[in-house]
Unconditional design. Structure first.
Length: 85
């Protein structure tokens, strides 16, 4: 069971990562914000999968990328709200 999850879960995470890159590269503010959220979710999911296969360097890398993604989301959300005012 866990082997199937790890095998197919990695592919799902890869697809999510590619989708998030596509969204983050958008010129539309809301689309870019959604990309940051999806990036954070996919990186955190990646960290969880790597915990199961004992690749702790990848866990640390994924957690750092999760922080960067959500930090970018909040900064861009605030910048977008400031533009509206």
């Amino acid at each position: 069971m866990i082997e199937n999850f790890l095998q197919y879960g990695q592919w799902v995470i890869l697809v999510l990562s590619i989708m998030s890159l596509y969204l983050v590269s958008s010129v539309k503010h809301e689309t870019r914000l959604n990309g940051y959220v999806l990036t954070g979710v996919s990186r955190f999911s990646g960290a969880l999968v790597f915990v199961f296969v004992d690749l702790y360097a990848f866990v640390i890398a994924n957690l750092i990328q999760t922080y960067i993604a959500f930090n970018g989301y909040y900064k861009n959300k605030k910048a977008g709200e400031d533009k509206v005012k």
